[in-house]
Design a binder for this molecule. Structure first.
Ligand SMILES: Cc1cc2nc3c(=O)[nH]c(=O)nc-3n(C[C@H](O)[C@H](O)[C@H](O)COP(=O)(O)OP(=O)(O)OC[C@H]3O[C@@H](n4cnc5c(N)ncnc54)[C@H](O)[C@@H]3O)c2cc1C
Length: 184
């Protein structure tokens, strides 16, 4: 009898000790690119806390710009960063398509096609920094590269980072771009 009780205590001890290594979060977003930051900000606007794991040491602000059309602006307005970004980037009125000799093949104004169209090229760095600046401090965990991901028996998801730290999450949202670790 004593030996059975001892065994149960030992199992409980090992289980609790093992679980104690896990850091727990309700919502984990993997990747602090445009998708990850916009998702985190959308949740924040709804009052939902999340953490964003990013493998890089800081925001990956390289690249040039992204041309955003009205669907993009609708999203940026919904998360309250549209007005701030609009003032910094001129509206593109139309396009001219030319062949190699410079002969015009086609030209059009966006608003002739759709009165409500809005096209602006937004500098990628500014977009990322604007989204990040609206998040609560400590939302983005830099130098946090996801190594493995698996579901456990009670429906939580276990994530292990390259540095050995482990997380338990209720919800994981994959925003880790091309060659996604979460998706593969
Ligand atoms: C550096 C860079 C420059 C770009 N420049 C341009 C440009 O000039 N013009 C243009 O139109 N598009 C550009 N793009 C593409 C464009 O920004 C994105 O492809 C597009 O916006 C999709 O965004 P995303 O958030 O889905 O993915 P991404 O922007 O690719 O973001 C994914 C994020 O996940 C992180 N990540 C990946 N794997 C892991 C992991 N295992 N653990 C933790 N984090 C992880 C990455 O470091 C990255 O920050 C660029 C992308 C990058 C990464």
């Amino acid at each position: 009898m004593i030996s059975r009780l001892f065994k149960l205590q030992l199992i409980r001890y090992l289980f609790v000790t093992h679980e104690a290594h896990f850091w727990e979060e309700s919502v984990v977003i993997v990747g602090a690119g445009i998708g990850g930051l916009a998702t985190a900000l959308s949740l924040h606007r709804l009052g939902v806390r999340s953490v964003v794991l990013e493998q890089a040491k800081s925001l990956r602000t390289g690249g040039t710009s992204l041309t955003l059309f009205k669907n993009g602006w609708r999203v940026l307005d919904a998360i309250s960063v549209g007005p701030q970004l609009r003032t910094q980037f001129l509206e593109i009125e139309g396009m001219v398509v030319k062949n190699g000799d410079g002969r015009e093949l086609r030209s059009f104004a966006f608003k002739d096609e759709d009165q409500s169209q809005e096209v602006r090229a937004v500098e990628r760095r500014v977009l990322l920094e604007t989204l990040a600046s609206q998040l609560p401090p400590e939302t983005i965990k830099f130098s946090s590269k996801l190594k493995t991901i698996q579901s456990n028996a009670n429906g939580d998801t276990q994530l292990e980072l390259e540095d050995g730290s482990k997380l338990l999450a209720k919800i994981v949202i994959a925003c880790d771009g091309i060659r996604s670790k979460v998706a593969t």
